[in-house]
Design a protein around this ligand. Sequence first.
Ligand code: AP5
Ligand code: MG
Length: 189
Amino acid sequence: MLNIVIFGAPGSGKGTQSERIVAKYGINHISTGDVLRAQIKAGTELGKTAKGYIDQGQLLPDELIIDILASTLDSFEDSKGVIFDGFPRTIAQAEALKKMLAERGQEVSIMLDLDVPEDELMTRLIKRGQESGRADDNEETIKKRLVVYHSQTSPLIDWYKNDGKYQHINGLGTMEGIFAEIAEAIDKI
Ligand code: AP5
Ligand code: MG
């Protein structure tokens, strides 16, 4: 089983690189952000709750997101592994993931930290906002997402270092070049 946590600030390329990992390694992909955006589009109760947080650049409560993650995980059949994109984002979520996988006789194989300078993150997200209209890709909300990343999410770097799973990836460069570094790290597991 190949269980990969793809980690990084907003706009670091988690979704972009996840697509390539799925294509090469044939594992399942869970993006909590994509799940929430689909719920918003479908107009569900969960979607209404999620919209309030996402529009403010804030994280949803841990319990809610952990429940979503667990049910998505259980929906996969004959899985060769999973890439976790946008989860975990807090220490509580990382601990929940560890427990969830242990209960299934599994563990995280590697945590890939896509490291991208802040000015580049802003440039990428503003551009995507203009092209795709993603609601949280405006300067004000991006700034809030970055503050949340630094205060609540980046402590996971040390958490995964302590867990022996941490792998730094230079997230600046071409998408192909970054993927080559990722594939090299995965192939060494
Ligand atoms: P989420 O959807 O996870 O958003 P995010 O973390 O802010 O990250 P993005 O999806 O914006 O960026 P990405 O790293 O995937 O980069 P991408 O590949 O798209 O979460 C959204 C919200 O949902 C959160 O704010 C929160 O409210 C809620 N949420 C989600 N998960 C949660 C959780 N676990 N707990 C609580 N709340 C949660 O790339 C970005 C852009 O850059 C694209 O346009 C891409 O084409 C471009 N690009 C990619 N790579 C490169 C490159 N090498 N060079 C140039 N451009 C590039
Ligand atoms: Mg994404």
